[in-house]
Design a protein around this ligand. Structure first.
Ligand SMILES: *Cc1c(COP(=O)(O)O)cnc(C)c1O
Length: 395
């Protein structure tokens, strides 16, 4: 398809800076463009394709369920939904599940649940405290929750009821808490904000503060959940449990599904309070169920943990070789390389030239979030491409 860039210009909004290639096929850790050129994919459908592109477990479930029941709507349950909810309750600290279609919607629902809780149990408290450099989605309310001015400025006025405070700073949360506060919402490790890992004590302190004040802790695990940072859920690494947790990205392995889960004490919805036409869609739930069963059976989180350490090891060697790299950081298979200058866009372009996809998460940092099934041999291949690209950086 030689004219795709003309079509892009003519028919699509210029709402994002896109790659200079057109992926037409994916398999495992690789993508192919329209010319048949192969790319090692360190982005994995935006931290979504936990089993790699087009894993047979996923495509089989999709195809089989598509012949049985695709959609039935929110006024009935369906079998894949019930099994998937049961599985998520079994492997998490939560008791109830609501399925949505995306991460943003899962987070909206979680905040609505917290406000419902605030109305019923906290004298009408409605404010949610979130962090700077967070990312919670693109709806208007989640734009207010997302503590990054460049996502917010164009859309003022934003919905009320959100306060953004510095991440990894428990005093900031304490100072922002008032009688109107119903919840604190944070990511265990910030993803879109540049892969920011909090101090070991931070989430414990947040948990303790929420307990002390009787307010809810919502963990946005849309990116960190389902093995991304080396455990099934991110909270398992920080010695705490959330009251409400959201999932999306890895949950479906590539198909659109999101979910929020909650402990029994905050399951305060009554009929009519919340819903979704496509949420709990049997096609998506059956596919997610097959993906999750595979993830559990093959202990994919442990694999991500191991491969992630191998990746960081290689990245540290590159940092020692190239003085313009100021930091490498990561947990599991969510990692970032930070530079002393705003060169991430040109680094990304050079990687693409050399057959590898990465994400320029910040002007001075690239993010790595490959399929969790990526092999150490493929990591070696990635490190070799980075080495070649960094050797060409003029500083
Ligand atoms: C991607 C992401 C979202 C938004 O998910 P969408 O499916 O794009 O709506 C929310 N929170 C976090 C932490 C994310 O990484």
């Amino acid at each position: 398809m030689s004219n795709w860039q003309e079509m892009e210009k003519k028919y699509l909004f210029t709402n994002t800076v896109r790659w200079s290639i057109l992926p037409v096929k994916g398999k495992g850790s690789y993508l192919w463009d329209e010319n048949g050129t192969k790319y090692l994919d360190l982005v994995g459908g935006w931290a979504v394709c936990c089993l790699g592109h087009s894993h047979p477990v996923m495509t089989k479930a999709l195809s089989e369920q598509s012949k049985i029941l695709v959609q039935c709507g929110p006024q009935s349950c369906n079998i894949p939904q019930l099994h998937l909810a049961e599985l998520l309750v079994k492997i998490s600290c939560c008791n109830r599940v609501f399925f949505a279609n995306s991460g943003a919607e899962a987070n909206e629902g979680a905040v609505k649940l917290a406000r419902r809780y605030g109305k019923l149990k906290l004298n009408g408290a409605f404010t949610t405290i979130t962090a700077y450099n967070s990312f919670h989605g693109r709806t208007l309310a989640m734009t207010a929750a997302t503590g990054q001015a460049h996502y917010q400025d164009a859309y003022q006025p934003l919905p009320a009821g959100f306060i953004n405070v510095p991440f990894n700073d428990i005093e900031a949360i304490k100072n922002a808490t008032t009688k109107d506060t119903c919840a604190v919402m944070v990511e265990p490790v910030q993803g879109e904000g540049g892969v920011n890992i909090p101090d070991e004590s931070y989430l414990k302190a947040v948990r303790q503060w929420c307990d002390e004040k009787g307010i809810l802790l919502i963990l946005d695990e849309v990116q960190t959940g389902v093995g991304r940072i080396g455990t099934m859920f991110g909270y398992q690494q920080f010695g705490i449990e959330p009251d409400i947790m959201t999932l999306a990205k890895g949950l479906g392995g590539g198909i659109p599904i999101g979910a929020f889960l909650a402990k029994e004490k905050c399951a305060v919805f009554v009929p009519g309070d919340h819903g979704s036409t496509y949420g709990s869609n049997p096609l998506m739930c059956a596919t997610s169920l097959a993906v999750m069963e595979y993830v559990i059976k093959n202990d994919i989180p442990a694999k991500a943990q191991k491969t992630g350490l191998y990746l960081i090891d290689g990245l540290v060697k590159l940092k020692n070789k190239y003085p313009f790299i100021t930091d490498v950081r990561g947990r599991g298979l969510l990692a970032a390389i930070e530079f002393n200058k705003d060169i991430s866009q040109s680094v990304m372009a050079a990687c693409v030239e050399n057959g590898m996809m990465v994400n320029n998460v910040k002007p001075n940092a690239v993010r790595i979030m490959p399929p969790l099934t990526i092999s150490t041999k493929e990591i070696d291949e990635a490190l070799a491409v980075f080495d070649k690209v960094f050797a060409g950086v003029k500083v």
